[in-house]
Structure formats: C-alpha cells, structure tokens
Design a protein around this ligand. Structure first.
Ligand SMILES: Cc1cc2nc3c(=O)[nH]c(=O)nc-3n(C[C@H](O)[C@H](O)[C@H](O)COP(=O)(O)OP(=O)(O)OC[C@H]3O[C@@H](n4cnc5c(N)ncnc54)[C@H](O)[C@@H]3O)c2cc1C
Length: 525
C-alpha cells in the first residue's frame, strides 16, 4: 500500500472523512471538502552524483515523499500539491560506507544533507533547505537500516538499526519475548532513529517518558567520523556523550544504531478512569499521584473539553485516565492506591477498576479504551479537518506544578483570543501527556474555521500567540515535539546563551562544512 503523500498513514486508510464531517459540522456549520491537487515537483537542480547512483533515486514521487514533514502547514501545502521543497535526490544507504559516500559527494557537489526517518516531524525537521554555499539537497532515508542486530537477553538490551519503523521493531523483538514499549502517537510511521534524534515521548506517562531513558548507548556517524558511546548502564565519567546525540535532530550526524533497553511484555494490567467535577481538584489529584512514587504507566488528565472531544465524558467532567502494567506481579495494589488518592481529591470512578492478565483478556469497555481509540484516530482526524477547511493543530509544553494554574489559564485565553481574531471563534482543549514529580507536560489542541488559501497565516498567528504565552508563563517551547525550524525563535531564547555557543562549537567540530540540516536546531556559524 502506498503512503499518503500529503497526509497521515497509507492511502487506503486515509479517507475517514465522513466520520469526522458530522462532528465538525455540528460545531462549525456546513463545510466544503477539498480534494487533493496533483503534486507539483520542481526539476532537480543537480544530477545524482555517480558514487550515489546505486542507492539513490531522483523520481519525482520519491522526491515529493521526502519534501515535507507532517505538521499542519506541511499537510495543507501537500494537499494543494506544493512539493516545491523536494530534495534533488533521495539516497537510501545500505550501510555506513554508503553514508560516507553521501558525505563525500555532498561536500564535492555542495549539497545539504537531510537525515530522514519516517518523516513525521511536525517542526520542519525534514524539509530540505540549502545553506548559503549549497547548490542542492540530498535527503538520506535510513529505512534500509531496519534490523534488530543483536539481543542481550541477560542484560535486556538490544542493538537496533535506526531506520526501523515502530511496528517492525516490535515484530523483530517479539520472538525474544521482549518489547521496547515506546509508543508515540506516530509509532506506526516513525523510526527509532527519528525518536532518538528528537528525544521523542512515548506512552509511558512517568519514568520512561522520553526515549532517552530507554537508551544505553548509540552510534553517530558524523562528517568527521564515528562517535560510538560506551555500553554501560550508567556512568559518572564526565558529561554523557549520549546526551549530545539525543535531540541533535540530524544536525550533528546520523544515528545509525543504538543499544536499547527492552523488557518482557506486560502480563498484568490495571486501569481506571476517575471523573472530577472541578478541573483544579483533578490537577491536585494528578500531582499527588505523580509525587506518590506509584509511577503509573498511564496518567493522562483530560480537561472537560478534551474529554468531550474524545468521547470520554460528555457531562462536563475532567477525566484522569490511569493505567499500570507489569510483567511480573499484579498491579492491583498500585491501582488501588492511585484511585484512593484521586478519590481523596473529590474524584469518582463511575465504571470501577479494570484488572486483567493475559489469561483473562476481558475487555474493560472503560473510558481508557475510548481514549486509546481516539488517540490512534487523531492523525487521520487532522487530515479530515484540513480537507474540510478547519485549522486544527496541537502544541505541547512542560512546566512546574506551581506554574501550571496560571500557565493553563493564560495560554487557554491567549489561544481563545487568537481564534476569535483570526477565525471568528473556535475551540481549545488541554490534556497531560506525561507527569513528573515536579510538574506536568500539558498538550493543547485547537480548532478554528480556516480561510481557504489563508490557513498558513491563521495558523502562524495562533502558534505565535500560544508560544509567546508558554514562554511568558514558565513553559518550555516543547516537551517532545522537538525544535526543528518552527520552534527556533522560542528555543533560541529558552536555551542559555553560553550553551548555544557550546552547541555551535560541537556542530563546527563534527560538521565543519555545515552540510547537515541547515537551520534546524542551531546555525552552523
Ligand atoms: C500524528 C503525529 C503524532 C505524533 N506523536 C508524537 C508523540 O506521541 N511523541 C513524540 O515525541 N512525537 C510525536 N510526533 C512527532 C514525531 O513523530 C517525532 O518527532 C518522531 O520522533 C519523528 O520520528 P521520524 O522517524 O518520523 O523522524 P523524522 O520526522 O524523519 O525526523 C525527525 C528529525 O530527526 C532527524 N533524524 C531522523 N532520523 C535520524 C537519524 N537516524 N539520525 C539523525 N537524525 C535523524 C531528521 O533530520 C529530523 O530533524 C508526532 C507526529 C505526528 C505527525
């Protein structure tokens, strides 16, 4: 099945329009559906360099498939057939020798080099751009590096190539009875290398929130040579080299493989959904659980509009979706403690708790299940909204518990005001994706009526209002979506100036000609 060129997923799965249309029209009134335009791809500026011919393509459809990420604006551009940012060629390296050939050819031909995993970046991280000295761009798609190479079952780590997509990674670990259990919403269409390069956030709401916590060591191929970090569970030997590669967003080199911490599949699970009439009490309950040492796998608080939008509660309640999992022991005592804490803050558990092990695969029918189904539908829903002319996007942050009440009130207000100005009204909702003892990671969704042809400006105004409000009230510009180019103005202010200088020095040391991903994360000079 072919990938949808402009939207999410495969072409056949993509058309879920009618599902969404009725819901959107109930809010916005009658909406018109826009059909996807034929893709327009410019002629390549350079020919495929001879040393790369064996493993590269300059086919227009292949180049178009590597022109954009999957942000709201990327998808609008793709829907309208605008693939003007397409790279001149796409290389599919088979090994590190091919990567060395790419660097050599790029240096000789003055090409920028764009690392590409699944292309699910929502921050402009994979869109090919040229640095001042470049004549063209080569995108390097790592999907041929897709194998689990070794499993150390004693230490429970696996050596995994970076270009593997989520489902294939899990398929190869399954015969060992092991799993990585890193499930970002983009799991199906994103890769291990992309997760590492962006410090992705997975489904664990506590402890193993970012891919960082699952990484033992990794291998980074830079234009200057290879950085292989040591295979130890932890060390105190100076600053951690893993931490320079994690989050480097393709600006320092290619992550080609990593030793990742894996685990047995969970057997025991427990879940409950706790309803609250008052959002601020729900926040207090969530904080109490985050600070309790119980460390639930799932701890997602949905505000009342988010609960409504996702079909989890329709009575104005905020809902805390709790889940525990273990391969070894019943999680019932942990779930009991977490629910008791929530009830002590005024929560009620209308459908009770669900406990199951693999032997009793009883479905709970709980709100947690509605939430999960809605979570997986989300990316397709955004495609439908775009075709219906609705400006629909999400943004995320993290802040301290102390900062949260003001940040929440001010950010919601700033986005509501921007929706009023730019779209004549709309909807904004919030949930927590991850929680820490010292603060939550709030995730916001907004929807407003678009003006055909003017959506990019409408979106930019909403994004600016939201990001300014986050920065003003103690939130980071991103908890897990990464920086790319979209978040640069706020990231550059958030990052300590001397740290920025140090990062630039590393960039100069490892990529002295500034080949890699110009404009993403940091400038070459
Ligand atoms: C619908 C949707 C849901 C999402 N849900 C989540 C979520 O739950 N959690 C989350 O964290 N993010 C999420 N994202 C964002 C995105 O999926 C993540 O940033 C993901 O980690 C990107 O992986 P990828 O393989 O698609 O990388 P790409 O998008 O291909 O690349 C991302 C960045 O990493 C660089 N890169 C890619 N591979 C390598 C490599 N091997 N070596 C060096 N650099 C590399 C690229 O140059 C680029 O800058 C979501 C995005 C979408 C569209």
């Amino acid at each position: 099945m072919a990938r949808n060129l402009w939207g999410w997923g495969e072409v056949e799965a993509a058309d879920r329009l009618e599902d969404s249309r009725a819901r959107a029209e109930a809010f916005f009134g009658p909406l018109e559906v826009e059909e996807a335009a034929a893709p327009r791809v410019p002629a390549p500026r350079v020919e495929v360099p001879p040393p790369l011919r064996d493993f590269s393509s300059a086919e227009p459809r292949v180049r178009a498939a590597h022109a954009l990420g999957k942000s709201y604006v990327d998808r609008v551009r793709g829907l309208r057939g605008d693939f003007s940012s397409a790279p001149d060629l796409v290389a599919f390296p088979r090994d590190e020798a091919d990567l060395a050939a790419v660097f050599e050819a790029a240096q000789a031909q003055r090409l920028s080099v764009i690392p590409f995993g699944g292309g699910s970046s929502v921050v402009g991280g994979v869109e090919p751009r040229l640095g001042p000295a470049h004549r063209g761009a080569v995108t390097v798609d790592l999907s041929r590096l897709s194998r689990v190479l070794e499993v150390d079952e004693v230490s429970r780590v696996a050596r995994i190539q970076a270009g593997v997509f989520g489902p294939e990674l899990e398929r190869q670990l399954a015969p060992h009875g092991l799993t990585l259990r890193h499930f970002p919403q983009s799991f199906e269409y994103s890769t291990l290398g992309g997760w590492l390069a962006t410090r992705a956030g997975g489904h664990f709401a506590t402890v193993y929130t970012h891919i960082d916590e699952l990484t033992e060591s990794l291998r980074l191929v830079t234009p200057r040579g290879v950085v292989q970090t040591p295979r130890v569970p932890a060390h105190g030997a100076g600053p951690d080299a893993n931490r320079l590669a994690l989050g480097s967003e393709g600006t320092l080199g290619f992550i080609t493989e990593a030793w990742m911490r894996v685990r047995p599949r969970p057997v025991f699970r427990g879940a409950a959904s706790v309803h609250f009439a008052d959002f601020s009490r729900a926040v207090d309950a969530t904080r109490a659980i985050a600070q309790s040492g119980l460390f639930p796998a799932n701890c997602r608080l949905l505000d009342e509009k988010e609960a409504l939008l996702n079909g989890v509660a329709g009575d104005g309640s905020s809902v805390l979706v709790l889940g525990f999992e273990s391969a070894d022991a019943s999680v019932a005592p942990l779930l009991d403690c977490a629910v008791a804490l929530a009830e002590a803050h005024g929560g009620t558990c209308p459908r009770g708790k669900t406990l199951r092990d693999d032997a009793s695969k009883a479905r709970s029918g709980d709100a947690g299940d509605s939430w999960r189904a809605s979570f997986l539908r989300g990316p397709y829903l955004q495609d439908a909204m775009i075709r219906l002319g609705v400006v629909a996007d999400t943004f995320e942050t993290a802040c301290t518990w102390k900062a949260f009440p003001t940040l929440y009130a001010e950010v919601m207000q700033a986005v509501r005001d921007a929706l009023e100005r730019g779209c004549g009204g709309g909807l904004v909702t919030c949930r927590f994706t991850h929680v820490y003892p010292d603060g939550p990671a709030p995730y916001f969704t907004f929807l407003g009526r678009g003006k055909r042809g003017g959506e990019a400006e409408q979106w930019a105004e909403l994004k600016r209002a939201a990001s300014d409000a986050l920065a003003k009230h103690g939130g980071t510009i991103t908890h897990h979506h990464a920086v790319g180019r979209v978040h640069r103005p706020w990231y550059d202010r958030e990052r300590p100036a001397l740290f920025g200088e140090a990062l630039t020095a590393v960039k100069r040391a490892w990529d002295p000609s500034g080949l890699l991903n110009p404009g993403v994360l940091i400038d070459a000079r």
